[in-house]
Write a protein that binds this ligand. Structure first.
Ligand SMILES: [Zn+2]
Ligand SMILES: [Zn+2]
Length: 252
């Protein structure tokens, strides 16, 4: 009787040979239970320990993902987070022995289907930003604008390409316009800008609204981050899966 309480051992053969519907449902239930369990643990940490989920740049591969059903851990055989970004369920009070609890961004996306809601209620933030504005480190924008906007609009942002294009063309315009203005002042006003009422032909400044015409769209943070650093998958989940499958096929 007691053995029935334990989760069923799921060998690959079992669910290939069996009626896959039944066993898949069982497996989905176990996975779903682990999601709910993990979410409850995180909720406790957020409310009782007053922890905050911080998006951080990941400087090394030493941090471990705590999620029980972590897919990268299952594929790589180790829980190390090797991605460029990670989440830290951080104790900001300094009261707890273990102040840092790390997660893959994609793992937290499985635990919380809507990360934007966490941002909205103030439980999820970018590391740095306004909190770190002091004389020692004065840095306003720490992350790519697409990431900053994702936090500003609670899970919605624009295409990373749009930000990059606007920034590039605005920088080009800035350079071109200032050169033309200097030339114009030298040639027409003898080097002074006093008498110039914008009588020269300076090109129009690129406007933000021409590059971002629509409302920001709801996006997965892991996809925004992957796009910012130019990789197909932030936590290389799909990449690893493909390599894994490829090896299997070659062996046959
Ligand atoms: Zn993970
Ligand atoms: Zn002029």
């Amino acid at each position: 009787m007691t053995s029935q309480k334990r989760p069923a051992t799921l060998l690959p053969e079992t669910y290939i040979d069996d009626h896959s519907d039944e066993t898949n449902t069982e497996w989905e239930k176990i996975t779903q239970d682990s999601v709910v369990f993990e979410r409850e643990c995180i909720e406790d940490d957020l409310t009782e320990q007053k922890r905050v989920i911080l998006l951080q740049e990941n400087p090394s591969s030493r941090s471990h993902c705590r999620y029980w059903s972590c897919v990268p851990t299952k594929l790589n055989g180790e829980p190390n987070i090797r991605s460029a970004f990670r989440f830290n369920l951080k104790d900001v009070s300094g009261r707890y022995y273990e102040p840092n609890q790390y997660y893959h961004v994609s793992c937290l996306e499985q635990i919380y289907p809507d990360l934007g809601a966490l941002v909205e209620r103030g439980a999820m933030k970018m590391e740095g930003g306004v909190n770190h504005l002091n004389s020692a480190s004065w840095k306003l924008s720490r992350f790519h604008n697409a990431i900053e906007d994702w936090f500003r609009y609670n899970g919605r942002t624009f295409e990373v390409k749009a930000y990059d294009r606007f920034q590039r063309e605005h920088a080009n315009w800035d350079r071109k316009a200032s050169t033309m203005e200097i030339k114009h002042q030298l040639n027409t006003h003898g080097g002074s800008s006093k008498n110039c009422e914008k009588c020269g032909e300076i090109p129009d400044e690129p406007l933000r609204r021409d590059y971002f015409p629509e409302e920001p769209r709801s996006k997965l943070l892991s996809e925004v981050l992957a796009s910012v650093i130019g990789v197909p998958n932030l936590d290389e989940v799909d990449g690893s899966l493909n390599t894994h499958c490829g090896k299997k096929i070659r062996r046959r």
